[in-house]
Write a protein that binds this ligand. Structure first.
Ligand SMILES: Cc1cc2nc3c(=O)[nH]c(=O)nc-3n(C[C@H](O)[C@H](O)[C@H](O)COP(=O)(O)OP(=O)(O)OC[C@H]3O[C@@H](n4cnc5c(N)ncnc54)[C@H](O)[C@@H]3O)c2cc1C
Length: 247
């Protein structure tokens, strides 16, 4: 049976691994974080819980809709509002459900991919990753974001020049907790303000019913108009030193 290495366990890698397994392949996922789900991320602060990456998802195609229905039946997801779904008890729950039964090598930052006699091998910064099947993968799937994919592909002797040029627009996710419920007009606000994409009161989201008095996650809009105001240099300086570009 063919062994395939899937580099990373974000939702894209997990989806690839799932389809490969259905087609009879054996997959091993390599992921640098200890957890799964990548940007489907949850942060816990004392007894508070913030889904600070993806907060909800929609399902448009029939196959994904069927999967979301299954997650709902198994308690991994809930409908939040009008066709928008959240993970239950957090956004990572669907990723965990997708990961069931897969071999996952967590805490492994892939540094290089090399072709050897028996097949493809995966290396981390300290050398060959010791896991069954490593060294004999017949294929490697890269499901990392573009900026990380290009150097990994280059280590395998594949130049993805167009990919290397891709730059992701940065954004900040604010996680704010208040001792009292704020009087927002709505639990989901898309302000007219160009710099803020979205504010959600997480306690209104079924996931976060567990977290009393938690309110407000804002995401500066990662669009060009916002970038003009914030500027890449400013955003990498961090919020303490942020100044609007025109101030
Ligand atoms: C603030 C924010 C809010 C968002 N809100 C929404 C939303 O409301 N709804 C929605 O649908 N989407 C939302 N998104 C987008 C969504 O989260 C992403 O599109 C999606 O999670 C990307 O999945 P992915 O598998 O492609 O990549 P990721 O989730 O980024 O997974 C990539 C994985 O690669 C791993 N990795 C990287 N390099 C290496 C390496 N060298 N070795 C090993 N592992 C490596 C990382 O640890 C990570 O787990 C949001 C994103 C952000 C940042």
């Amino acid at each position: 049976m063919k062994q395939i290495a899937v580099i990373v366990a974000g939702i894209a890698g997990l989806a690839a691994a799932r389809i490969l397994r259905q087609s009879g392949f054996v997959t091993t996922l390599f992921e640098k974080s200890r957890g799964l789900g990548g940007r489907m991320a949850t942060r816990r602060v004392e007894d508070l819980q913030f889904d600070h990456g993806a907060q909800y998802f929609t399902a448009k195609g029939p196959r994904f809709s069927a999967m979301v229905r299954q997650w709902g039946e198994n308690g991994h997801a809930d409908e939040w509002f009008d066709g928008a779904f959240v993970g239950s008890p957090g956004i990572k729950a669907p990723a965990r459900a997708m990961a069931e039964g897969h071999t996952i090598v967590a805490g492994c930052q892939v540094a290089a991919i090399r072709k050897e006699e028996a097949g493809w091998s995966i290396y981390d910064p300290s050398g060959l990753v010791k896991t069954p099947g490593n060294g004999s993968f017949s294929a490697v799937i890269l499901a990392v974001p573009a900026p990380q994919a290009a150097p990994l592909a280059a280590s395998a002797g594949v130049d993805l020049l167009e990919l290397a040029k891709v730059r992701y627009a940065p954004c900040w996710a604010l996680m704010l907790a208040f001792s009292e419920r704020l009087s927002l007009l709505d639990d989901r606000v898309k302000p007219q303000d160009d710099a803020i994409a979205w504010i959600a009161r997480l306690q209104a989201n079924l996931t976060a019913n567990l977290t009393a008095n938690l309110a407000g996650v804002a995401r500066p809009k990662p669009l060009l108009s916002t970038l003009r105001r914030i500027g890449r240099a400013n955003i990498s300086n961090g919020p303490r030193t942020w100044r609007p570009a025109n101030s």
